[in-house]
Design a protein around this ligand. Structure first.
Ligand code: ACO
Length: 428
């Protein structure tokens, strides 16, 4: 279908234009609908609604395709790095050598937090979830750099680099704080992911011995999470950006949206589920029977996706990586065995097959993170670090769009119609 679409509302004919994307996706442009007919569309959870045009990421959920700026995710996973991919997402092209060097230098220059932020960390209780700390501290960071708020466009490359770099420092500091350990500062001679592991696991006077396979595995996890079109957290970032809020405020809102167990929080929920199954001595079949019977609305965490109805290409890469990392580290994990068993049963079970539920990116990522020593409550933080370039690219797209307006959906009101105020003594 191309060209216009004719619709008829209460006998009134209306012609709506269509938009065709570069991969042939078709959208019906309803921007004139309310003006012309007085009607709005209703699409709870936006399963049929395109909120924007974007040139960043392409997903075909029916055939399991994910591409960043036209590059297939499997090719990037095999050949690129997180930092190079971050540049690609934000600036639209793979960097030349000098461009990558400049970008890396900006990341290094901006990796230190303002010392004043140390006091903010002190005010969180030891029980604080690192996602709460991350969201609050990203927002707080903007107050140490007033030009993030005042002159956002001109200094965008600095703000973007500062955010990508500092989110990793904040994440590591929040882990150290929760464990009552002294903060470890970033090093200028370490690359992005190695530096993060150093800040997480080194001790004063004793640097972590970096294992290349661990650095590579975590870098891959960051890369695979780097963007995923208009998901819940990215849409949140765009929504906040549409009000012309600054980059840090928009990203901080993205962290909050990501936290939920139906979104980025699923990686933590998967591990909790696998542990529970393991502790109960179940091989997974009892648990799956409960899921299918919807006992307590239980779900097989790490399964299902709003867009992927075939397979999640990230899950395929992560599963392979999982086996590789455990073999390299000479580790075995009973939770991996349970995960594989669950996957095997689910992929042959009509409940999951008929609903097109397949493992998503979170199903196996937690096993890798556990193997490399990332604590459970930091799993979603790893997702947030990875997703930062995607949020920044989407923020930039909103800001650079001359037609961008504040995002403001409508509703169908279902409450009481007009009634008069009753004094309290007359109320039943
Ligand atoms: N386990 C069991 N049943 C499921 C699951 C699951 N993981 N996911 C969906 N279903 C069922 C629903 O109960 C529903 O069944 P019904 O038709 O009998 O009512 C049907 O499949 C459709 O489910 P919806 O909730 O309508 O699907 P939606 O597209 O809204 O949800 C979501 C997608 C949130 C990812 C869902 O599949 C889910 O909850 N998965 C588990 C959590 C998870 O892994 N989230 C991470 C997603 S990936 C990411 O954000 C990085």
């Amino acid at each position: 279908m191309t060209g216009n679409v004719e619709i008829n509302i209460d006998g009134k004919a209306l012609t709506l234009p269509t938009l065709v994307g570069s991969e042939g996706e078709i959208g019906i442009d309803i921007t004139s609908l309310r003006n012309q007919t007085g009607c709005i569309t209703i699409d709870p959870a936006y399963g049929n609604t395109g909120s924007c045009e974007s040139s960043i990421t392409f997903i075909d959920g029916e055939t399991g395709i994910l591409r960043y700026r036209g590059y297939d995710i499997a090719e990037l996973a095999g050949k690129s790095t997180f930092v190079e991919t971050a540049y690609l997402l934000i600036y639209g092209e793979l960097p030349t050598r000098p461009q990558l060097a400049e970008f890396s230098e900006l990341l290094t220059e901006n990796q230190m937090l303002h010392e004043g932020m140390r006091f903010h960390f002190e005010s969180f209780p030891p029980t604080a979830h690192p996602m709460a700390i991350l969201s609050a501290m990203i927002n707080a960071a903007s107050s140490y750099h007033p030009n993030i708020i005042n002159k956002r466009e001109e200094r965008f490359p600095y703000h973007a680099a500062r955010l990508i770099s500092q989110v990793r420092t904040i994440a590591a500091f929040s882990h150290r704080k929760a464990k009552g350990l002294p903060a470890i500062y970033p090093k200028t001679n370490l690359k992005y992911t190695a530096n993060f592991l150093h800040m997480m696991f080194s001790h004063p006077g004793e640097d972590l011995e970096l294992q290349p396979e661990i650095v590579k595995a975590l870098d891959l996890i960051f890369l695979l999470h780097a963007d995923h079109e208009q998901n819940c957290s990215t849409s949140t970032v765009r929504m906040v950006a549409s009000s012309r809020a600054n980059l840090f405020a928009s990203a901080s809102a993205g962290v909050c949206a990501l936290w939920g167990p139906l979104h980025g929080g699923a990686n933590q929920a998967v591990l909790e589920m696998l542990k529970e199954i393991h502790d109960e001595g179940d091989d997974g079949s009892k648990f799956l029977a409960q899921v299918k019977a919807k006992v307590g609305n239980r779900r097989l965490m790490g399964f299902g996706h709003r867009v992927y109805k075939n397979f999640d290409p990230r899950a395929v890469i992560i599963k392979q990586q999982c086996d590789k990392v455990l073999a390299q580290l000479h580790k075995s994990d009973p939770l991996l065995d349970i995960a594989k068993k669950l996957e095997e049963i689910a992929l042959n079970d009509d409940y999951f097959v008929s609903r097109k539920l397949y493992p998503n990116v979170d199903f196996y990522s937690g096993i890798i993170m556990r193997a490399i020593g990332i604590p459970l409550d930091m799993f979603t933080v790893m997702f947030a670090i990875g997703r930062m370039p995607g949020w920044i690219a989407n923020y930039k797209e909103v800001m650079e769009d001359p037609d961008s307006r504040i995002a403001r959906p409508r509703q169908i009101y279902t409450g009481p119609t007009l009634r008069t105020y009753q004094p309290i003594e007359q109320r039943q």
